[in-house]
Ligand binder design. Structure first.
Ligand code: NAD
Length: 312
């Protein structure tokens, strides 16, 4: 029987730490960390995500504010707002919810957020630092995935990990984190041939394809650890919406451990956003201090020992 990796419980523990760090900052006489979320347009899914993020901020004592802009907002107006937030010392984290309307160049918007306030970790400076193992803000979902793996595996040195999906927000950054933890990493994607056979070799599978039930039971070797990042909305027989992951959960009882969908990676993503915001606030207190995620509970090595470590 595979163990269930309870993402909700692990996220609650991380939130407790984050709350304690917020309280420590306030006790030292600093303002509580501040996260600003920008929402352009009225995409219903984005509205739900933003509401959840703001409620999560409140629960740990992070000040959150929201800028709701109409879908017709010009790119210049959005960039002007971001420039103002970059300069505001009360704002420690800036998050621009995607997708953005078609007339706005999302890449330029992400690049305009100050790297030290880019709590999503999507700015090219943070991406570059992640890929060279030199600190910076780590994207929330990959960071959450590492923490989940860390609850099952202490040391990833030489462990064979297969990542399914090579997106900039999940597949590539998680592959970099895994490499930094000295895992042997195979990154696969839609054009990879023989995926089932590749997965059968894996000690750990991180499935981030958005392809429901892609990873079948016979793709998984006995005792593997399975992290299911995929979320696909489908309807059950009663017409109710349900979320389906990339792993055929009912077929993998021979695995060592598996994350459920929902209740696995999802809760960790928001908990890591809060944690990133507090790290950004702490780093802002001293221009020489770098953002350094708390990786103590992640099975990682070089980049997790200290920020700004020597590239290797
Ligand atoms: P994406 O569409 O940007 O990338 C998907 C990747 O998977 C691509 O590299 C593609 O080549 C690969 N892929 C697609 N179908 C495949 C298949 N059949 N076989 C092998 N590879 C395949 O998606 P993304 O933004 O990285 O998100 C991936 C999934 O993770 C989605 O379901 C998304 O909803 C989910 N997600 C969850 C969280 C969370 O917090 N739980 C966060 C981000 C993304």
């Amino acid at each position: 029987m595979a163990d269930i990796i309870d993402g909700r419980a692990i996220a609650r523990e991380l939130d407790k730490k984050t709350k304690a760090e917020v309280e420590a900052l306030v006790a030292e006489g600093h303002p509580a960390p501040g996260l600003t979320v920008i929402l352009v347009g009225d995409d219903p899914a984005s509205e739900v995500y933003v509401r959840r993020k703001m409620a999560a901020c409140e629960a740990v004592g992070i000040r959150s504010s929201e800028h709701r802009l109409p879908a017709s907002t010009s790119q210049n107006a959005l960039l002007t707002l971001i420039a103002r937030l970059n300069a505001d010392p009360e704002v420690h984290g800036i998050l621009c919810q995607v997708p953005l309307p078609d007339h706005i160049d999302a890449r330029q918007v992400l690049r305009s957020i100050a790297p030290e306030k880019d709590v999503d970790g999507f700015h090219p400076v943070n991406v570059g630092r992640l890929s060279t193992g030199t600190g910076g803000i780590v994207p929330c979902t990959p960071l959450g995935i590492m923490k989940l793996i860390g609850t099952v595996i202490d040391d990833l040195t030489g462990v064979n990990v297969v990542v399914i999906g090579k997106s900039n927000i999940v597949g590539k950054p998680v592959a970099n984190l895994l490499l930094d933890a000295e895992a042997t990493v195979t990154v696969t994607h839609i054009y990879t041939e023989g995926l089932a056979e590749i997965c059968r070799q894996a000690d750990v599978i991180v499935a981030a394809a958005g392809a429901p039930r892609l990873v079948r039971g016979h793709w998984v070797k006995d005792g593997a650890v399975l992290i299911d990042v995929g979320i696909t909305r489908t309807k059950d027989e009663d017409g109710k919406t349900k979320l389906v992951g990339d792993i055929a959960f009912d077929e993998v009882q021979h695995a060592k451990a598996v994350t459920p969908v929902p209740g696995g990676v999802g809760p960790m993503t928001i908990a890591c956003l809060l944690s990133n915001t507090v790290q950004a606030a702490r780093a802002a207190l001293n221009a020489n201090t770098d953002v350094s995620n708390d990786y103590a509970d992640a099975p990682a090595r070089s980049m997790f020992t200290a920020s700004g470590s020597t590239p290797n």
